[in-house]
Design a protein around this ligand. Structure first.
Ligand code: NAD
Length: 258
């Protein structure tokens, strides 16, 4: 086990947890006796309703407003996370964004590149660095889960900045896994495929049609619960001899098929 104590509830920080996949993960952890820090950037109502959902299921949660893309935001997030229950045992780097507009890579702007990389890669990298330092100082191990995407390996030329950010998160997973393993901190990467959330709402109909036509071996779209269940499998300690591991949660979409 990578946790501190079997008696004291462990503390999870989930970024971007007000809705979508992050909320699915936060509520699943809350229902299993984790204390959950629900990070959100701007939608205080959705974060409050996530906290309420966790409390309704008998768990404990607090919301923390912070933009993971900004250094100040990450400093606030770290400070308030440690103040809440004295430590963090699990970091889930979930917050992420698609490009505001899908634009061919020959037309992509530097502003869009910088924004997506800042939220999806630079932010999680430096947040992980800060939380890992705390975990090392606390000497009680820990777990880090990065929510990347099948876009880490599947090229979409109309959202190249997103693909690059998620591919970078793959290397980030390996780097921290290597650096932290000896101190009892294990790092994993979950690669969701197409999951029904606000992020995919704009392309939902097209994706539903493609899935019905056989795009994915398992012929349905993913749900936040699918990703949450993979997180639970990790944090319940069933992979004690694995780190830097990638788990695809994509209905088999990563399989090369003929
Ligand atoms: P979503 O848009 O529904 O949720 C993303 C959350 O992150 C939102 O609550 C948003 O406010 C928050 N967020 C965005 N930027 C932030 C910032 N700078 N600081 C703090 N919070 C911020 O999307 P989702 O589908 O739930 O995506 C969650 C993660 O899963 C993302 O990293 C995404 O790239 C990844 N993912 C999603 C899919 C999918 O099909 N939905 C597939 C693969 C990977």
């Amino acid at each position: 086990m990578t946790s501190a104590s079997q008696h004291q509830p462990r503390v999870a920080l989930v970024t971007g947890a007000g809705r979508g996949i992050g909320r699915g993960i936060a509520t699943a952890l809350g229902a299993r006796n984790w204390r959950v820090l629900v990070n959100y950037r701007s939608d205080a109502d959705s974060a409050a309703s996530c906290v309420q959902q966790i409390e309704d299921s008998g768990g404990e949660a607090r919301s923390i407003q912070a933009d993971v893309a900004s250094a100040d935001g990450r400093a606030t997030l770290l400070r308030e996370s440690l103040a809440a229950w004295g430590g963090v045992d699990l970091l889930v780097n979930n917050a992420g964004m698609a490009p505001r507009q899908r634009v061919d890579i020959l037309e992509m702007s530097e502003a869009s590149y910088d924004e997506v990389m800042g939220v999806n890669l630079r932010g999680p990298f430096f947040l992980t660095q800060a939380i890992a330092r705390h975990m090392l100082a606390a000497e009680r191990g820990g777990t880090i889960i990065n929510i990347s995407s099948m876009s880490a390996v599947v090229a979409s030329t109309s959202r190249g900045e997103y693909c690059i950010s998620k591919a970078g998160m793959g290397m980030m997973t390996k780097l921290f896994a290597d650096r932290l393993a000896d101190q009892g901190i294990l790092v994993y990467e979950l690669r969701p495929g197409i999951v029904e959330t606000d992020m995919t709402a704009v392309v939902l109909e097209r994706y539903q049609r493609l899935v019905a036509e056989g795009l994915t071996p398992i012929r349905r779209l993913g749900l936040p619960e699918d990703v949450a269940r993979a997180c639970l499998a990790i944090v319940e300690g069933h992979f004690p001899f694995s780190t830097g591991e990638v788990i695809n949660v994509d209905g088999g979409q990563h399989l090369q098929r003929l």
